[in-house]
Write a protein that binds this ligand. Structure first.
Ligand SMILES: Cc1cc2nc3c(=O)[nH]c(=O)nc-3n(C[C@H](O)[C@H](O)[C@H](O)COP(=O)(O)O)c2cc1C
Length: 206
């Protein structure tokens, strides 16, 4: 029995492609794996707080420097980290915003990338502490960014997600991309159907 954390980052509701694909995949997964539990965290509609000065004190300052504000700020992060670490697998539904991820998802990442909790600094440098997990990124974008093409160089979303989740140890990652959403109905339909087909396969093979 696995625990899956599904995070949706689009602020849109029914119009959101990444949200629809993520919830579709969660449903397919539950049908195939009824013993698994899926926890949904909707940061698109319920964003987590940004890092504040109190948060930095809470994360890095010694106990004698802590204040009620720093303790409260870091308690939010602690809860998100505990939730993150308690999951075996992650599903992230992430739109592309300005060639990267939405700031809501960045705020979430800033809360869970924590020294001593999700990564460590040792004699050999940085070490990711989040081991033996799998992540599925379901991304959506208006344009398309084929790797190796001139447009591919503008995709900072996938390389960033691979880098930051790899940094904390999540290296088994899969991307399903619904791109071309703003390139005409036909292109959007073809791309979305391709993503849906890939997700159907992953529901049994991931
Ligand atoms: C603020 C904003 C920024 C966007 N930036 C990009 C972009 O840089 N590249 C792109 O291809 N599409 C961009 N888009 C289009 C979205 O990625 C596209 O509509 C996608 O389907 C949004 O995800 P969602 O359907 O899950 O909400 C942007 C949309 C918005 C609202």
């Amino acid at each position: 029995m696995s625990k899956i954390l599904a995070i949706t980052a689009s602020p849109r509701g029914e119009r959101s492609v990444s949200r629809a694909l993520t919830t579709t995949f969660a449903r397919l997964w539950s049908q195939e794996h009824p013993q698994d539990t899926i926890l949904l965290r909707d940061i698109g509609h319920h964003p987590v707080t940004h890092v504040t000065e109190a948060w930095v004190v809470g994360s890095f300052a010694p106990p004698e420097a802590q204040t009620p504000e720093s303790k409260a700020a870091i308690a939010v992060s602690d809860q998100l980290v505990d939730e993150f670490l308690s999951a075996d697998r992650y599903i992230f539904g992430v739109p592309m915003y300005n060639l990267n991820i939405p700031s809501t998802f960045k705020a979430y990442i800033d809360q869970i990338v924590r020294a001593g909790k999700t990564f460590a600094v040792g004699p050999n440098g940085y070490e990711g502490l989040v081991k033996n997990k799998k992540a599925l990124f379901i991304t959506s974008s208006g344009g398309s960014f084929p790797s190796g093409s001139p447009m591919g160089a503008y995709n900072f979303q996938e390389p960033y997600l691979r880098a930051i989740f790899g940094f904390i140890g999540v290296t088994d990652v899969t991307f399903v991309v619904a791109d071309s959403m703003n390139q005409g109905e036909d292109a959007a339909k073809v791309s979305r159907e391709k993503a849906e087909t890939a997700l159907k396969e992953l529901a049994t093979k991931w």
